[in-house]
Design a protein. Structure first.
Length: 267
């Protein structure tokens, strides 16, 4: 290998920016950009057999494991209100599968950053962000030092599920995550479909817009392409005990919080 196949998160971010810049640049500037990428240690043609690299090629190299991101491990510390901590003893699902979860920040990255295939994802609060207060305390574990609030799967497309339905969707009836967050904000619900008798609801358009803006400003997610995401889903729910995971979550910790959230979702 002429370069390297393991990069830090900062290097990955720099490479993503350089790849996008190279695509828009003329041939004379592309030479200089390739030089910057090689100084980081990335040789697309020599090491990976890709000559005209585009963002989707780069993300495929990451999701397939050909490019590794150093330092990505899920922590075993539980962050509890009033600064109490608890330690998990078993090997994590991510460590057992040697999984590589890739960061997506809706403020910084475009939807092209996310692959159009199935996989798992973890939604985290950005530093300094908090969930809306519903009057019941909850506990959170951390991933990459950020509080994990939800983990889910995309059976067909991470790009459609993670970005379009969660972060930019205007219909909380298609997103469990949006429905929970909007309910915590006490947004009024209206019928999702023309036939209101089915009980499906969403929020008023103005509130859906506010919800999207809040999510993009306060949340990030980590995703991993996975042909069989259901296998890892159960392990991640058990391991993270994310407070917004209501289905399949039997952990007694956060049970009171989940009950109150379920009540808010029904109102």
């Amino acid at each position: 290998m002429k370069g390297k196949d393991t990069f830090t998160l900062i290097e990955i971010s720099e490479l993503r920016s350089l790849i996008k810049e190279r695509i828009k640049a003329d041939s004379s500037r592309q030479i200089g950009i390739r030089g910057k990428m090689r100084r980081i240690g990335f040789y697309g043609s020599a090491d990976f057999g890709i000559t005209d690299l585009n963002p989707s090629d780069f993300e495929s190299l990451i999701s397939s494991g050909r490019i590794k991101i150093s330092g990505q491990k899920i922590t075993s510390q539980i962050i509890v209100p009033k600064q109490k901590t608890q330690t998990a003893s078993k090997t994590t699902a991510i460590e057992k599968s040697s999984a590589i979860f890739v960061l997506f920040d809706p403020i910084k990255h475009s939807s092209d950053h996310i692959p159009d295939n199935s996989g798992n994802y973890i939604v985290c609060l950005k530093r300094g962000s908090k969930l809306p207060d519903i009057g019941v305390d909850h506990e959170t574990k951390t991933y990459q030092s950020l509080n994990a609030i939800y983990t889910g799967i995309a059976g067909k497309s991470l790009r459609k599920r993670d970005y379009r339905q969660h972060f930019t969707g205007n219909n909380a009836g298609s997103s469990t995550l949006r429905k929970s967050l909007g309910s915590m904000f006490r947004y009024s619900k209206i019928a999702r479909d023309k036939d209101p008798s089915n009980g499906k609801t969403k929020f008023l358009q103005k509130d859906e817009i506010k919800l999207s803006e809040w999510m993009q400003s306060n949340l990030v997610l980590y995703f991993k392409s996975n042909l069989k995401p259901h296998i890892m889903e159960d392990e991640l729910i058990e391991e993270l005990n994310s407070p917004l995971n209501l289905s399949k979550n039997k952990n007694t910790i956060n049970r009171e919080f989940r009950t109150e959230l379920s009540n808010l979702r029904r109102k």
